[in-house]
Design a protein around this ligand. Structure first.
Ligand code: ADP
Length: 231
């Protein structure tokens, strides 16, 4: 089976049964296959963050199912879910956060070291990624010495350290100029070429999604429609 992430009629209601009730996602079904690139497009408030939180196992649906590698995560104990999240999911946010007192290299390596990976393997992997993405000369700089584009590129490398099966990108180019946005995109493409991961890329940018000819999930008021071709 090549589906890595599957939503089966997933719904999310915040504060159910109260006057603050919000139906953020309604009966959402789709699958992401290994090695695929999919855009998630929708206006503000349409449910994109809610969907990413479910996909990244940061939250659970109130109806339906979210499956990763065929495993139903809605019946998983919290501990196992968090293990699966650490092992399988990478996140890249619009504004990356870094620990300012540590170098870019240290920031990239921390999550892998904390998760118990062998030091030598982590150093080797980080070096390989820095070389591959042309960031070796910047790796020993501190976050305050780096541009927004460089920081975002290091944030991507940090997300790649654990070889995620699913990479969730929340408007990673939203704050960048055209040149840096295109560097970030090419970094993501390089990653996709070398891995079997599925990439879900949230954007407001209709033109970017339309020009790519890739598959696009459209969200509107919590309802999903799918357009375009998968790669
Ligand atoms: P988007 O990322 O597309 O802007 P969100 O997923 O953040 O959309 O929000 C979808 C809807 O759910 C919005 O109406 C939002 O106000 C609501 N919402 C999001 N998070 C919560 C929450 N924790 N509690 C209550 N309502 C929420």
């Amino acid at each position: 089976m090549s589906d890595i992430l599957v939503f089966e009629g997933a719904g999310k209601i915040y504060s159910p049964g109260t006057e603050l009730e919000v139906r953020a996602l309604k009966d959402v079904s789709f699958a992401l296959t290994k090695g695929s690139f999919t855009y998630l497009l929708g206006p503000s408030g349409s449910g994109k963050t809610t969907l990413l939180n479910l996909a990244g196992l940061l939250d659970s649906p109130t109806s339906g199912k979210v499956l990763i590698s065929g495993r139903d995560t809605s019946v998983m104990p919290e501990k196992e879910k968090s293990r699966l999240r650490n092992a399988s999911v990478g996140f890249v946010f619009q504004q990356p956060t870094f620990l300012p007192e540590f170098t870019a290299a240290e920031n990239v390596m921390f999550p892998a070291l904390i998760s118990g990976a062998a030091k030598s393997a982590v150093y080797e992997k980080a070096k390989l990624l820095f070389d591959m993405m042309g960031l070796s000369l910047r790796a020993e700089h501190y976050p305050s010495q780096l541009s927004g584009g460089e920081l975002q590129r290091f944030a991507i490398l940090r997300a790649l350290m654990n070889d995620p099966e699913i990479l969730l990108c929340d408007e990673p180019t939203g704050q960048l100029d055209e040149e840096n946005a295109s560097l970030v995109m090419s970094e993501l493409m390089k990653f996709l070429e070398r891995s079997d991961a599925a990439l879900l890329f949230v954007t407001h940018n209709r033109d970017l999604a339309a020009a790519s000819k890739r598959r696009v999930l459209h969200l509107r008021n919590g309802l999903l429609t799918v357009a375009g071709n998968d790669i």
